[in-house]
Write a protein that binds this ligand. Structure first.
Ligand code: TYM
Length: 338
């Protein structure tokens, strides 16, 4: 009989600076909801080992890691109820990743769209870590036997690979040891798009700062960026189907729905027929109302980096209590003498 796994939630964010509204709606906000729902242990991580797959200045990496921790807490992650830590402090992630490097196939990695996007034409010059990135991600999840992983749409392919690795490991060794993890991708704003081009993902690496809302933006900047966001000349449609082929309009409606904790249909029911001159100020007010208190709280927390380090240290200890026995059993399965 297949084993049953205790429900456990894991997710991570790279501390590579520049958190955006996409990170908030696609990830952090939902991490908080899953923590608050209860019913499953929740582990949230700053994946610093992933961040260094591309160059990071050491002092900046440290600052960004603390800032991300502060943002998690400001957004509602309670380090008592959730386990909050940075990846490198739990060495079992990297240890299991090595085993998975030997399970995963080169071809699987080469097919990852994130690898193709990030390495581009110059793949010979990309780090080996960037290529192996998804095996470390699988290790992050499976070293806790996590069953549920909330992420934005762009991580879907990596989670499929995590499932493939779990299945292949189980088959290769004739065990039912690793769970086949469920991605949790649901709700309106799973793919927040650029404010300048509704067909491109909102991203910290976009050269135009106008394309994104940074979680560190002040109220005026947020309002200005939304006012200037690209739209088409039509008013909002009277039904959700009318958003088809209108990527910029759809994006603003989805952002509204995500921030207001509702769905696209309800936003259209309330605002359908309005032109953007009316809708944008409402969206800007909502964004400022939701984001400003968080960034204020974040700034307050970051003023005490020792306290943040203490929280992360405690989180890493708790994480290791779960990860150590799972890694030991993995070593036994593979045939390592301990
Ligand atoms: P990262 O750091 O790029 O992004 C963190 C989370 O934010 C989501 N996200 C978005 N969601 C909606 N719209 C957007 N425009 C947008 N931009 C970012 C991402 O989907 C993600 O959920 N590989 C991961 C980090 C990672 C991880 C893991 C995640 C490492 N190990 C284990 C889950 C489980 C990454 O680079 O996310």
């Amino acid at each position: 009989m297949a084993p049953t796994f205790t429900p456990r939630v894991f997710s991570g964010i790279q501390p590579s600076g520049g958190l955006t509204l996409g990170n908030y709606l696609g990830a952090i906000k939902r991490f908080v909801a899953m923590q608050d729902e209860g019913g499953a242990e929740t582990l949230y991580c700053m994946v610093d080992l992933h961040a260094i797959t591309v160059w990071q200045d050491p002092a900046t990496l440290r600052r960004n890691t603390r800032e991300l921790a502060a943002f998690y807490i400001a957004a509602g992650i309670d380090p008592e109820r959730s386990i909050l830590f940075n990846q490198s402090r739990v060495p079992e992630h990297a240890q299991l990743a090595w085993i998975f490097n030997c399970v995963a196939r080169m071809g699987w990695m080469g097919r990852m769209t994130q690898w193709k996007d990030k390495a581009g034409k110059n793949s010979e010059n990309a780090s080996l870590g960037l290529f192996a990135y998804p095996a470390l991600m699988a290790a992050d999840i499976l070293v806790y036997h996590a069953t549920h992983v909330p992420v934005g749409e762009d991580q879907k392919q990596h989670l499929e690979l995590t499932r493939d690795i779990a299945i292949k490991f189980n088959n290769d060794f004739g065990v039912e040891f690793f769970p086949v993890t469920e991605p949790v991708i649901g709700g309106p704003a799973m793919r927040v798009m650029s404010l300048r081009d509704g067909t491109k993902k909102m991203s910290k690496s976009d050269p135009s700062d106008q394309s994104r809302i940074n979680l560190s933006d002040d109220a005026d900047t947020i309002a200005k960026k939304i006012r200037k966001a690209k739209t088409d000349p039509e008013p909002l449609p009277e039904s959700p189907e009318g958003l088809k082929d209108r990527p910029e309009a759809r994006n603003l409606v989805e952002i509204y729905a995500g921030l207001a904790d509702t769905d696209v249909a309800s936003v259209i029911a309330e605002h359908g027929g309005r032109n953007f001159g009316e809708f944008k100020p409402k969206l800007a007010d909502l964004a400022v109302e939701k984001l400003a208190p968080m960034s204020a709280k974040m700034r307050e927390l970051i003023a005490d980096p020792d306290e943040i380090d203490r929280i992360l240290g405690r989180g890493a200890e708790r994480a290791r209590e779960i990860a150590t026995p799972i890694l030991e059993q993995t070593y036994d399965i593979v045939g390592m003498i301990r």
